[in-house]
Ligand binder design. Structure first.
Ligand code: ZN
Length: 348
């Protein structure tokens, strides 16, 4: 189904489940594991409803880090099956209601070590286990994400291809456009396409400004569908990924990223530029919330279930149309409408 949708036009991805649930109180920053899918399923369901109503075409099962290596860290490896099953079930219930597509989810395992061939087998075993627990509960295709080693991505791709389901492989690039095993980005994606990936692309770490230039190169290097899922946190050319932004003299990741959240207008602009670039799957990652997704969908010409609640600034009493102005203080009115730089009342 995902491939048919992509052939017919742009597919809008969802937002950053992990960070949105952390912000709402249902994920512990640090382990960042998704045990909430069995402990607080309603909280997970609500975020997926919020993304669905904001205009996402795809809901990713909230199974990020639901693999043995990470669940061991929190003493919950025995819940591996239930977490993976439930993550897909919840996404599928919401997807059915809104006519959306469910993506199973795999991510970097932290097990893969390029210097130890034994870890290849273990990585494959962990991907296979996640796939096995997810696949029977309504998965249309699988996304492998935030992978930095080309070889680990290939292992994920092989595991997905063994199921016959479509595959989307997204790699993460922090500073240099090379995989951690030293392969130039364009070559890495060509290899993934040659190995049978249906959709390739970039996700996480970088904001849209720092991701789109890379995405353009990917677009020019492969002929398959291309995806972008940038973070919703502001980065800079000097600090191109969100985990190294500094706030108040220290690293903001992961609990003080609030001042870096991009505006919905910036995310909407990203969606439009990605479309112009020929990106087929336009999504987002950490820090991106429902209001971003709705603005992106509307920028792409869609009307979403929650477009009913989109801004109607003209009805605001102070900054709306003239007939609604109720602000009695001329200076405040002027400052709110035109900003300090253009306010006629503020001393220059
Ligand atoms: Zn992310």
């Amino acid at each position: 189904m995902i491939l048919e949708r992509l052939k017919n036009g742009i597919v809008i991805g969802d937002g950053g489940m992990l960070f949105e649930l952390e912000r709402r109180g249902y994920v512990s920053a640090g382990p960042f594991t998704p045990e909430a899918v069995i402990e607080q399923p309603e909280a997970v369901r609500q975020v997926q409803i919020d993304f669905a109503r904001a205009g996402a075409d795809v809901l990713q099962a909230f199974a990020y880090y639901a693999h043995e290596a990470k669940l061991k860290d929190i003493g919950m490896e025995s819940a591996l099956t239930r977490i993976n099953e439930n993550a897909v079930r919840i996404a599928n219930e919401v997807a059915q209601e809104y006519g959306l597509i469910v993506a199973g989810n795999l991510c970097n395992t932290w097990v893969y070590d390029p210097n130890d061939p034994e870890t290849r087998k273990e990585t494959r075993r962990q991907f296979d286990a996640q796939i096995r627990y997810q696949i029977d509960h309504g998965v249309d295709f699988f996304i492998a994400e935030t992978i930095e080693y080309l070889e680990e991505a290939k292992i994920a791709l092989e595991a997905i291809r063994a199921t016959g389901k479509p595959s989307m492989i997204t790699l993460g690039f922090k500073r240099a456009p090379f995989t951690l095993d030293g392969v130039r980005m364009e070559d890495a994606f060509r290899q993934l396409e040659d190995a049978g990936a249906d959709i390739v692309g970039i996700n996480c770490f970088r904001d849209p400004e720092r991701m789109l230039p890379l995405a353009q190169k990917v677009r020019q290097s492969v002929s398959c569908f291309v995806a972008t899922q940038p973070v919703g946190f502001r980065c800079t050319d000097e600090k191109p990924y969100f985990q190294i932004q500094e706030h108040d003299g220290h690293i903001a990741f992961p609990t003080e990223l609030d001042p870096f959240v991009l505006t919905r207008t910036e995310m909407a602009s990203y969606a439009s530029r990605a479309k112009e670039m020929g990106i087929h799957y336009i999504g987002s990652c950490c820090g991106s919330a429902p209001h971003h997704i709705r603005a992106m969908a509307e920028a792409l010409g869609r009307s979403t279930p929650n477009s009913r609640y989109s801004p109607q600034i003209h009805l605001h009493k102070v900054i709306g149309d003239e007939q609604h102005v109720r602000e009695k203080n001329a200076r405040i009115l002027c400052e709110q409408r035109y900003g300090a730089a253009h306010c006629h009342f503020l001393e220059k």
